[in-house]
Ligand binder design. Structure first.
Ligand SMILES: O=C(O)CCC(=O)C(=O)O
Ligand SMILES: [Fe+2]
Length: 355
């Protein structure tokens, strides 16, 4: 990826939504005002900036791993393609996923490395990866996974207490040792080709599948639809600030108290649109065997929230494995039978028409 200094700044004159800034060092000290701010961010928009997280150097190395991987010949990368069965780990080629119900194709390629494979390295839990990934498992990927897990687990512990759950309740749904969909993803988005609309989604409107996402961006392109509005707004990348967001699993566990908000990725705005866009995410997801349902029996706060909802709104009846498999599988263009396939790939978002 091009050096940071050579990238044009994020433009001032595009619709942009500010996020609350959470200081990770204060969260680690359990500063009351900072925990209150995190709660506000997680319940109102479900997105916030996280500063002082200490992962920037690891993020740079992960981007190098991503660039090394994307430079491999396509036929080499395709040996590790994630496939059509609904498993996320591995390489995803550009155009393998739909971005909307008409079946418009995505433009991004990415490499997903399972947290379980990274922690088990040189052993293997799920699958094999390209040589460029293997070469950096020990030096780059494992440390990034460890630090990202520590950040997300710390945030989860704060949300756990605010939800009135017994200590460790959310942690027990994300056991380190149990296989899960937790993964690191490095995304490459080429500059838009001639004839492509500026709006053409790189990644279609979605909510994240898991519990917490820890995202690192250099260029704009990420957009949110703020509750109560109908317009997409950019999130400005700020150096040293990760973007964190709540995923569907936490919305479900909390009976809708924590917000998993709709977002998408479009080409970077204005001058930035001439450049390749790279992004990096660590997704924390529940253990595969965990059933996605509100934790009403463990928290009166959640029980009260659920009592106000239509019956069984968040009782998915699915394990985490089944839920993720359905959603990933139905994004794959090869599995598309019609608009219903796209719908089956969606989650808990309350604006299906916008998706
Ligand atoms: O690239 C980004 O900024 C966001 C990526 C994203 O939303 C995702 O991979 O789920
Ligand atoms: Fe996302």
């Amino acid at each position: 990826m091009p050096g940071l200094l050579s990238l044009p700044p994020f433009p001032e004159d595009v619709p942009t939504h500010p996020l609350l800034v959470i200081d990770y060092q204060l969260i680690k000290k359990r500063d009351q005002a900072e925990m209150d701010k995190l709660w506000k961010a997680a319940t109102e928009l479900g997105f916030w900036y996280l500063k002082n997280h200490g992962v920037d150097q690891d993020v740079n190395e992960m981007f190098e791993m991503g660039a090394e991987t994307m430079r491999l010949p396509l036929d080499e990368k395709m040996k590790y393609e994630q496939g059509d069965a609904g498993i996320s780990f591995g390489y995803k080629a550009a155009g393998a996923n739909a971005t909307d119900e008409t079946g418009a194709l995505d433009t991004v390629e990415f490499i997903n490395v399972s947290k379980d494979d990274a922690l088990a390295w040189p052993g293997k839990v799920h699958r094999e990866y390209p040589s460029t990934v293997n070469a950096r498992m020990e030096s780059t990927i494992k440390p990034f996974v460890e630090k990202s897990l520590a950040v997300n687990n710390t945030l989860l512990a704060v949300l756990n207490d605010k939800l009135g759950l017994p200590e460790g309740a959310l942690a027990r749904l994300h056991p380190r040792e149990e296989p899960s969909g937790s993964e690191s993803r490095c995304i490459k988005n080429p500059p838009p080709q001639n004839g492509m609309s500026e709006e053409q989604a790189a990644i279609g409107a979605h909510t994240d599948f898991g519990s917490l996402s820890f995202l690192h961006n250099r260029l704009g392109g990420l957009q949110v639809m703020v509750p109560g509005t109908e317009q997409w707004q950019y999130i400005r990348p700020i150096p040293g600030h990760a973007i964190c967001n709540v995923g569907d699993a936490l919305t479900i566990f909390s009976g809708g108290i924590l917000r998993s908000n709709l977002h998408r990725v479009v080409p970077p705005p204005k001058e930035q649109g001439k450049f390749e866009r790279w992004s990096l995410v660590f997704f924390t997801r529940p253990g595969y065997s965990m059933v996605l349902r509100p934790l009403s029996d463990e928290s009166s706060i959640i029980a009260e929230a659920v009592a106000k909802l239509p019956e069984d709104k968040y009782n998915t009846g699915s394990t985490s494995l089944d839920w993720f498999t359905r959603r990933i599988k139905n994004q794959r263009i090869k599995n598309r039978t019609g608009p219903e396939t796209w719908k089956a790939s969606r989650g808990t978002e309350h604006r299906p028409s916008a998706a």
